[in-house]
Design a protein around this ligand. Structure first.
Ligand SMILES: C[S@@+](CC[C@H](N)C(=O)[O-])C[C@H]1O[C@@H](n2cnc3c(N)ncnc32)[C@H](O)[C@@H]1O
Length: 748
């Protein structure tokens, strides 16, 4: 039975398993575990006393001493409720040849039996020593001809450095263990990063430091085995986990990692009768219910409590679930014409347009003093207008371009946000009639701030107000002075600046929409539509303000610099560009899933291509560093080619790590203090127009503890295209990726 109902969560981490000993009555074992509330068992399939050589020497039975015939459960029960546990005694790198051979035979026999049962996964015991070459060879061989997932068991353990030891030392049983991640890394390297090889992490009572733990979130961790001796005891005698353990388990829930409880009952909970809930097995089950309470139920209950305590997934996260770690080709809005569907998605991002509107508003106020507001006409050109959202934002900024309106956004935030969830919010007599055209502005302003869980209430609230406006032609209000200001501001078209707008767009399909928008909104007097590439349009006059949104996930990667260089010809010498600058950022990441997806194409070109991707199962190994900055207008002759060398310091306590590539982001200054971007430390909240970009490496880069990663990035251009090249020179050297743009480029 799932741990709980978390709206939007359909991931594996809803299910919790239990590790069991060998039991020759599998149906009974399963019934006991499922009726105790667990969803699956991690169980040995073969009697642990079995040794192939002993059987052969004795000339004994040739059949495996398995826990049950395949017939005792049906195939869907085997595959949904049983994870096989390979015998823990096996030691494929033993110096003792008999043990080694027995181990190899047993491993193969057990996996063959698990495949026959259609199990989804088997857990492999942790390597017994640092040198695990033969173990890895056998597992690799099995992986080549089998669809089953194999999860290598590894303790989540990293001790301090012992004098005379090297980080690569790894002995999981002999007490010299320094970093279990090293052991995992060696094993998966030997198995060539096979996509069916995962990790089952043993969670012990003490945890290594945070940096080293978070490394694992870029690795294919499938299960976290939490031992009962990791649990503390609360005041009532029940098991609970330390704050750090809780945080870790929450991290696992958010990364689709399944929890498995292991060990024996260590908490004596007097008088706890606990109501039994029988599992909902919808399979055609021959299992007879055994209602005995499971002795580890208190541990399960605690894990379920942690799960149920999670916040529901925000609406945006839910919408983006399907995009997590899904590689997409970046858009090429210059070379290609975007489709209606793509514009539709852009236009839903109210936060983005709200930021633009704020920037335009501030620029208008700075450019035209109040006393000249009614006489000065500002020429504003939206270059790359698409279907018109920035034209709308520009015209709406008129309503907020009086000085009083400077604080309009703050008023929205401070006055409405705390009260909007109050469905009784009074709409009272308002001193100033509001034109219905302001209503749209007001709505988008509020929606821009409606990203909290209360968004539904905002919308309800707004629709009530809007209804009032349209019914009576004016809005009534008598609340606080701040609110009065706010409404005055919204109603202040007559005090706002005067604009003449040009909307320049090269996509003829979007131009059709622009024409109908202008007609629909009655903007014919204010807006002129130009169907042209901004780089070759001969403007009839010069612009005071040039507004564009030509940004990609990496800032300049949709060729904003080249387009705006072409457009600045028709910007007045003292004119303003919105955005005024943008900067790209990079950081090294462990991203096994992305690496495997790129590798699955089996060609070089995919390793030399940048992808747009909603990063999820990644470990960010160092803070971001800025890469390329472009400012507009740009009157120097420095051109748009760039080169940057970056040095990333991985915190010492992280330990060693593997880098599969670099995550890229951008931040743009729209105007003065108004910015927007996706760089993690300054990200614009609730904006969803851009996912990060990912630049892969052809070979995963092993980064020993305490080393620096030195990366080189180039932005290069030719007559028809722009492209990036990249390489690593420390701690080891990679080839230069995408030389001359042979695999990936953006068309001019
Ligand atoms: C990222 S979209 C943004 C569209 C719109 N501003 C929005 O926010 O929805 C970029 C738009 O710029 C247009 N565009 C790109 N390069 C252009 C150029 N050189 N001249 C004119 N339009 C261009 C594209 O066709 C596309 O409609």
């Amino acid at each position: 039975m799932p741990l709980g109902q978390r709206p939007g969560d359909k991931s594996e981490s809803r299910y919790c398993g239990i590790e069991t000993e060998f039991h020759d009555d599998m149906p009974q074992l399963l019934t006991y575990s499922l009726s105790g509330g667990f969803d699956f068992v991690v169980a040995p399939l073969v009697d642990p006393s079995y040794r192939p050589s002993i059987r052969n020497n004795n000339g004994g039975a040739t059949i495996l001493p398995v826990s049950a015939s395949d017939l005792v459960l049906n195939p869907s029960q085997w595959s949904s409720h049983v994870v096989g546990k390979i015998s823990s005694w096996i030691d494929l790198d033993s110096d003792n040849e008999e043990v080694r051979l027995d181990s190899e035979i047993t491993l193969k026999q057990e996996i063959a039996w698990a495949s026959h049962l259609s199990l989804q996964a088997c857990i492999l015991p942790a390597p017994r020593r640092g040198s695990c070459g033969n173990y890895a060879r056998c597992v690799n061989q099995i992986l080549q001809g089998n669809n089953m997932q194999l999860w290598l068991r590894v303790p989540l353990e990293k001790s301090e450095i012992v004098d005379g030891s090297t980080d690569a030392d790894c002995d999981l049983t002999g007490g010299r263990m320094l970093d279990s991640w090293e052991c995992w890394n060696t094993f998966r390297l030997l198995c060539e990063h096979h996509s069916q090889l995962g990790v089952a992490l043993d969670i012990l009572s003490s945890l290594p430091c945070n940096n080293s733990v978070w490394r694992w979130f870029g690795e294919p961790v499938r299960a976290a085995i939490v031992h009962t001796n990791s649990f503390l005891t609360n005041a009532r005698g029940y098991p609970c986990l330390s704050k750090r353990h809780q945080k870790l388990i929450t991290g696992f829930f958010n990364h689709s990692v399944q929890i498995v409880i292991s060990g024996s009952l260590l908490h004596n909970i007097a008088g706890d009768s606990g109501d039994e809930v029988l599992p909902a097995i919808d399979d055609d089950s021959p299992i007879e219910a055994l209602p005995a309470r499971h002795e580890l139920k208190p541990y399960l209950d605690y894990v379920a409590y942690l799960y149920q305590r999670l916040d529901p997934l925000p609406e945006q996260e839910r919408f983006e679930l399907g995009y997590r770690d899904f590689l997409q080709s970046p858009l090429q809005p210059l070379m290609d014409n975007l489709e209606a569907q793509t514009y539709e998605t852009f236009e839903k991002d109210v936060v983005k347009y709200s930021q633009y509107q704020r920037a335009i508003c501030k620029a208008l106020i700075n450019r035209v003093p109040d006393e000249q507001a009614s006489t000065t006409i500002t020429v504003l050109m939206v270059v790359g207008a698409g279907r018109g959202p920035l034209v709308r934002a520009s015209l709406q900024s008129l309503c907020t371009s009086s000085n009083a309106s400077d604080s309009c956004h703050d008023i929205f935030r401070h006055f409405f946000l705390p009260q909007a969830s109050n469905s009784q919010l009074p709409v009272q007599l308002f001193l100033h009639p509001v034109k219905s055209s302001c209503c749209h502005h007001f709505r988008s302003g509020l929606l821009a701030y409606s990203s909290s869980t209360d968004s539904f209430n905002y919308i309800c609230f707004m629709s009530r107000i809007c209804k009032d406006v349209s019914k009576r032609g004016k809005l009534w209000h008598l609340a606080s002075l701040r609110c009065f200001l706010c409404f005055c501001t919204l109603a202040a078209e007559e005090t706002g600046r005067k604009l003449k707008v040009y909307a320049v767009e090269k996509n003829p399909n979007a131009v059709i929409t622009l024409h109908s928008l202008v007609k629909l909104e009655g903007w014919e007097d204010a807006v002129t539509i130009i169907s042209s590439d901004m780089r070759c349009w001969n403007a009839p006059e010069k612009a005071d303000i040039l507004v564009s949104e030509l940004l990609g996930s990496f800032g300049d990667n949709e060729l904003s610099p080249e387009c705006l260089d072409g457009a600045q010809r028709f910007l007045k010498p003292d004119g303003i560009s919105i955005p005024s600058s943008y900067t790209s950022f990079l950081q090294p990441v462990t991203a096994t899933k992305l690496y495997n997806d790129v590798k699955s194409h089996k060609d070089l070109a995919h390793f030399e291509t940048a992808y747009v991707v909603k990063l999820h199962r990644v470990a960010r190994l160092a803070p971001t560093l800025p890469v390329f900055t472009f400012t507009h207008p740009e009157y120097s002759n420095k051109g748009n080619e760039r080169y940057k060398r970056l040095r990333f310091e991985i915190p010492l306590d992280t330990g060693s790590a593997v880098v599969h590539g670099f995550a890229g982001y951008f931040d743009a200054i729209l105007y003065n203090d108004v910015h927007l971007g996706i760089e993690p430390s300054t990200v614009t909240p609730n904006m969803f127009s851009w996912f990060p970009i990912f630049f892969p490496l052809r070979e995963p880069l092993y980064v020993p503890r305490g080393s620096t990663i030195e990366v080189h990035f180039w932005r290069r251009s030719g007559a028809t295209k722009v492209w990036y090249e990249w390489c690593v020179t420390s701690p080891s050297t990679s080839p230069i990726h995408n030389s001359n743009g042979r695999s990936y480029w953006v068309g001019l």
